[in-house]
Ligand binder design. Structure first.
Ligand code: AMP
Ligand code: MG
Length: 427
């Protein structure tokens, strides 16, 4: 027996779904592979960064007091006792009247307390390969303050300090910080494996000839691409025919995943056997969600042979409905498994340039292009016809304009809230 339910709001559906998901176990990964994943433990610095006081400029390490009163008219002459490249340490102290020629990153030798950049010495006035006016002597043209151009030990990161806290999503800058403290691997929350099953006698895998009445399987690929984009690992199971046997067998193949996503066969009054099989094989609710596209949705769980519960998201079959539903429900589920709570997308209030009808009391997610006009204002343009089978309405869009349940139409000039799917594709 199928449980009956009336239309539920999007938020309620999402809350009920997310209650089934939690953060997955950590795994150890090489730094670069951990990009985009969530750090599983606090990272503390094993040593100070930088590890030694060092110079921020190419120049001369000096005793600042020696340079007092120096000017172009009245240069101070210092004896150059060594030439120090980055990567080498000089033990010999810099004594009064002495200087060490030093390259960016090299540790400041003992005794010196300031770096005079080349630009403030006679080295800048002569050609790079030209000998100094007096051999072994540098002329300082400007007085240096103590500490000038020195990067102090530990000024970036102190030993034992938390460098990156657990829960942080690793971006390129975090990867760089982890490398800078010498790590090669890091513990991150593992990526969820999402099994994806298309259903329907009419569905044909791309690459095979298309028989009359058949269509190619768009959903498995669009959903797999979303799974990958949102940080999961998609596993396409193929296509289940609308028979109890085939569907049951294919579902069983997906039970080692962290989540099973099916598409089609969940609408009311469907001839498909999908609903029956889902209900028999797991604990499944069939919902009608107060949204368009994508009213029918199934959600529940199957039990894997090892007793583990595998959450199941049953998407509607129409390709746009399937993508929009995955966006609203599948993405937060993946984020939750990744240990991320930041699944809410940024929104922009844009001025509609179209008349958008919303007559049936559902929340309408209209595919649109949000762009900024030269006057600085943001506008939303629908991407043409909005049929839930028209995938091009989705591929042309960079946002979903949200027309609330109680708003029967948005008129040109009205401000509408747009969920940004793709900033990078803003025209
Ligand atoms: P259904 O939920 O089975 O009634 O399917 C609704 C609509 O979505 C029908 O027009 C199906 O042909 C279409 N559809 C179902 N599955 C897919 C798929 N994997 N790729 C593209 N269209 C599909
Ligand atoms: Mg079908």
């Amino acid at each position: 027996m199928l449980p009956t339910s009336s239309m539920i709001p999007v938020e309620e559906a999402r809350d009920r779904i997310l209650a089934y998901f939690s953060r997955l176990q950590p795994e150890r990964k090489p730094l670069l592979e951990a990009l985009g994943q969530v750090l599983a433990q606090d990272i503390t610095a094993p040593f100070d960064i930088p590890p030694l006081d060092n110079t921020a400029m190419d120049g001369y390490a000096v005793r600042a007091a020696d340079t007092a009163g120096a000017s172009e008219a009245n240069p101070v002459e210092l004896r150059v006792i060594a030439d120090l490249a980055a990567g080498y340490v000089l033990q010999t102290p810099v004594g009064p009247g002495e200087a060490v020629r030093i390259m960016t990153g090299a540790p400041v030798p003992p005794g010196a307390d300031a770096i005079v950049p080349f630009e403030e010495t006679d080295e800048a006035l002569r050609g790079i390969d030209q000998a100094p006016a007096r051999p072994g002597i540098v002329r300082i043209l400007k007085a240096a303050k103590p500490g000038a151009n020195i990067r102090y030990r530990g000024e970036d990161i102190r030993k034992e300090a938390t460098v990156i806290p657990a829960g942080r999503v690793l971006r390129p800058s975090e990867v760089g910080v982890l490398a800078s403290i010498g790590l090669t691997h890091v513990d991150v929350i593992r990526r969820p494996i999402v099994a994806i099953l298309s259903t329907g006698d009419e569905i044909t895998p791309p690459g095979q000839p298309l028989l009359p009445g058949r269509i190619y399987d768009a959903n498995a690929y669009s959903v797999a691409a979303l799974v990958r984009k949102y940080g999961g690992i998609p596993r396409i199971l193929g296509i289940a025919r609308d028979t109890v046997q085939d569907l049951t067998a294919k579902i069983h193949q997906g039970l080692d995943a962290d989540m099973l996503v099916t598409s089609a066969g969940v609408s009311r009054g469907d001839f498909d056997v999908v609903k029956d099989v889902l209900a028999r094989e797991g604990s499944i609710d069939f919902w009608t969600v107060r949204m368009r596209p994508g009213k029918p949705l199934a959600f529940g769980a199957f039990t894997a042979p090892d007793g583990r519960k595998v959450p199941h998201l049953g998407l509607p079959g129409n390709p746009v409905s399937s993508m929009v539903s995955f966006e609203l429900f599948g993405r937060p589920a993946i984020f939750t498994m990744l240990g991320r709570s930041d699944w809410q997308r940024p929104t922009i209030r844009a001025i509609s340039r179209d008349h958008v009808r919303n007559p049936d009391g559902r929340r309408f997610y209209a595919r649109c292009i949000v762009s900024q006009s030269p006057d600085g204002r943001w506008y939303a343009d629908l991407t043409g016809p909005q049929g839930s089978g028209m995938l091009t309405s989705m591929s042309a869009a960079n946002a979903l304009a949200v027309i609330p349940e109680d708003i029967p139409a948005a008129n040109p000039g009205d401000e509408i809230e747009c969920i940004m799917l793709d900033w990078e594709h803003a025209p």
